[in-house]
Design a protein. Structure first.
Length: 250
């Protein structure tokens, strides 16, 4: 098997889970994030048992809400893994989102989610997005990658000016690119978190309100929610959607 040979679904999905698991481990080793005491979505499945999944949530002083999840529809050769890192209002570093999947081509989305109006805070734009611009442009010009543009307005509104959102061939080379890029994005972000200046106390409530509204809106308006309802039924789908943004989802 060469690096250009298409890989089977099971191999692809296992590797994507492994990449995400390593990212989650790296983050929680450096930033305190305690798992919620009750994890009702630790293991779930569709009524017919053909689609399985897991959704774990963590919280802490610096990380307001961490979601680590996956679901696997092996018969359809479709699966997705997700790690979202929503910071607390103590600092104003961008949030960090990872999503990898098969559709059936490989798909990846990695982004630093802005927490300010970038037009009115150019220093924030230059500090957090200028370092990524070269990577973004290089991936845009990579002939093996196809830009993925969401049809949902609110998804695009959430994204930064440099969202790494692409589909690519199902090969070892693609997996290596995803892993390398994800590690670079995570390492840079962790450095920012460690070096961040504190947000003045009088500004923290407004930042927390903005963060929660953003988190709720993107979770509830995700175009994939209709598919989740079809697969899992309304009750479980609603619980999954709520867990993406709310600490009260049981």
């Amino acid at each position: 098997m060469t690096s250009q040979t298409d890989l089977n679904y099971a191999t692809l999905f296992a590797k994507l889970q492994s990449i995400l698991s390593e990212l989650q481990r790296e983050v929680t080793q450096q930033i305190s994030a305690l798992p919620q005491l009750n994890q009702p979505l630790r293991s779930f499945q569709s009524p017919d048992g053909n689609v399985t999944g897991s959704l774990l949530t963590f919280t802490g002083e610096e990380l307001d809400w961490l979601v680590y999840s996956w679901f696997d529809a092996a018969q359809m050769k479709f699966g997705t893994t997700r790690l979202t890192l929503w910071l607390s209002p103590l600092i104003q570093v961008p949030h960090l989102a990872f999503e990898f999947g098969t559709k059936p081509d490989l798909f990846f989305y990695i982004d630093y989610i802005p927490r300010v109006d970038l037009w009115t805070d150019l220093s924030y734009t230059e500090e957090y997005y200028e370092p990524l611009n070269a990577t973004y442009m290089a991936l845009r010009e990579n002939p093996n990658l196809s830009l993925f543009v969401s049809k949902a307005l609110y998804i695009r509104q959430l994204q930064s000016p440099t969202p790494l959102c692409f589909t690519c061939p199902t090969t070892q080379d693609s997996l290596a690119l995803i892993e390398r890029t994800a590690q670079e994005m995570c390492s840079r972000w962790l450095t920012w978190v460690k070096q961040a200046a504190p947000v003045p106390v009088e500004h923290q409530a407004a930042l927390a309100k903005r963060d929660l509204l953003m988190r709720k809106t993107v979770a509830e308006r995700d175009p994939g929610n209709a598919v989740a309802t079809q697969i899992f039924g309304k009750e479980l789908a609603d619980q999954l959607i709520r867990a993406l943004w709310s600490k009260d989802y049981e």
